[in-house]
Design a protein around this ligand. Structure first.
Ligand code: 5GP
Ligand code: ZN
Length: 114
């Protein structure tokens, strides 16, 4: 299902342009418009799901996680490392209410996050 007001639904449908790095029947991965690292890709389900708390399908969440790893590996960061982040809700700073995994790589990341 698609939310007509959702920017990521529009990106998944191709109605808003983005730099897509991977897509299949279930997921789309595209470059973040405001990159925070040399590699910063967002991996989303085609289906509109507001956040990880709303996710119900283990298969789909698994596909998102595997796609995130694939994006990092295909960009050459499989060995050096990468970070996958799903901000959920206001305390985590989620700004787009369509489930997405950030894939970040190309520099060291602090832990714990701010
Ligand atoms: P959040 O803050 O929800 O965890 O992450 C949302 C991300 O989406 C941000 O990193 C932001 O830069 C990115 N973003 C927001 N709107 C667009 C857009 O229209 N195109 C692309 N490529 N990225 C977007
Ligand atoms: Zn959406």
């Amino acid at each position: 299902m698609r939310d007509p007001n959702c920017i990521f639904c529009k990106i998944a449908a191709g109605d808003v342009s983005s730099e897509i790095v991977h897509q299949d029947d279930d997921v789309v991965a595209f470059k973040d418009a405001n990159p925070r690292a040399p590699l910063h890709v967002l991996v989303i389900p085609r289906e509109h799901i507001a956040s990880l708390v709303e996710a119900r399908e283990p298969r789909l969440v698994g596909l998102l996680a595997l796609a995130a790893a694939r994006v990092a590996r295909d960009a050459g960061y499989g060995r050096q490392g990468f970070r996958v982040v799903a901000n959920s809700g206001p305390d985590a700073g989620q700004s787009v209410p369509h489930l997405h995994f950030h894939v970040l790589a190309g520099r060291p990341f602090a832990w714990p996050p701010g």
